[in-house]
Design a binder for this molecule. Structure first.
Ligand code: GDP
Ligand code: ZN
Length: 314
């Protein structure tokens, strides 16, 4: 007798998928039936980690007798990566993200605020809430404590939560563990910031360099998966994004960019002119806020950089 259910995609390796009925962690091997296409989409993958799917099965699904994915349910959000800078083809990295945790470090590797600000704009465009994780604080809390507080000031005044952590001393790891609890979280960060170390610190049973989901759940040899969801501490679902430097950006018009800087959007309600580019217009409330230090000069500079580059900015 055919039965069916709703589950979340936790891993995809080519033609095979693993599903789980979150919050349960009951791994179900599955394959796609026919061609599921994203309506109007340009994605190379119709089903991504985090997607909620309807599936059916006859007997208990195994790698030899996998369940069948019938349908992808509507997404609340997703992030994509372009195949190349100029390509119109995109790969969906993950869907239905409750919160993205962008992991950064002041040094080793050195943070580039304009790059971080672009990433934040992308998350705002995609409708994904963001927390910033400033890792490796053990390295600079005694050397350059003023740079830690400067970072905090810039991003907290823009409306973002900042969690300071050290995977080495364990500082802030409890706060991070608390922040991911009960959510589907996207973990992203430049290579070397300590993302894998933090995942291991949150839950020592996990090792992202190895992968949590053993390959015995999947058929075939070539089962390398780019993105995978981990269950941490029983009720947190972490999607690791190794090697991912940024998210592909939807095309923004010049006048739209400021809508995705939350602090500028708020201030712009008092601009004399609409639309206002917040560059040369008289009576611009955003420029006034920058002059008075209510909007950080660093964020405003990132905005100006994006305005100038918007033709290349995608
Ligand atoms: P990933 O590439 O982001 O996954 O980074 P890894 O977790 O592999 O860490 C990169 C390097 O940074 C390793 O040598 C880690 O030991 C080191 N590292 C990670 N977190 C910290 C931290 O909080 N403090 C210090 N001092 N080193 C760290
Ligand atoms: Zn303005």
């Amino acid at each position: 007798m055919e039965r069916s259910g709703i589950a979340t995609v936790v891993k995809n390796t080519g033609s095979q998928y693993l599903l789980s009925e979150l919050p349960e962690w009951n791994l179900i091997p599955a394959v796609l039936r026919g061609r599921i296409r994203l309506k109007g989409g340009v994605a190379t993958n119709p089903v991504a980690v985090g997607d909620r799917v309807r599936y059916s099965f006859d007997e208990d699904p195994t790698p030899e007798h996998p369940a069948t994915i019938l349908e992808v349910l509507p997404r609340k959000n997703y992030v994509i990566r372009r195949s190349t800078n100029l390509s119109r083809q995109a790969h969906v990295i993950a869907a239905n993200i409750d919160e993205a945790f962008l992991i950064v470090s002041l040094y080793f590797p050195e943070i580039k605020l304009p790059f971080l600000d672009r990433l934040l704009v992308t998350c705002e465009v995609y409708g994904v809430p963001v927390t910033l994780v400033l890792n490796k604080v053990d390295l600079y809390c005694s050397e350059v404590p003023e740079q830690i507080s400067a970072f905090r000031r810039i991003y907290e005044s823009a409306g973002y939560r900042v969690i300071e952590t050290s995977a080495v001393t364990g500082e802030g790891v409890d706060a991070l563990r608390e922040a991911v609890r009960g959510k589907v979280c996207l973990l992203s960060g430049e290579s070397g910031v300590g993302k894998s170390s933090l995942i291991r610190a949150i839950d020592p049973s996990l090792d992202p360099k190895v992968g949590e989901i053993s390959e015995v759940h999947l058929q075939g040899k070539h089962t390398t998966s780019l993105y995978e969801m981990y269950r941490a501490c029983g009720d947190a679902y972490l999607i690791d994004t190794p090697g991912l430097r940024g998210f592909g950006l939807v095309d923004l018009k010049k006048e739209e960019i400021a809508l995705y800087f939350p602090e500028m959007l708020k201030a712009s309600r008092d601009c004399r002119f609409t639309p206002c580019t917040h560059t040369h217009e008289p009576g611009c409330a955003v420029k006034a806020a920058v002059d008075e230090g209510r909007i950080s000069a660093e964020r405003y500079n990132s905005y100006l950089g994006m305005l100038e580059e918007d033709t290349k900015f995608r």
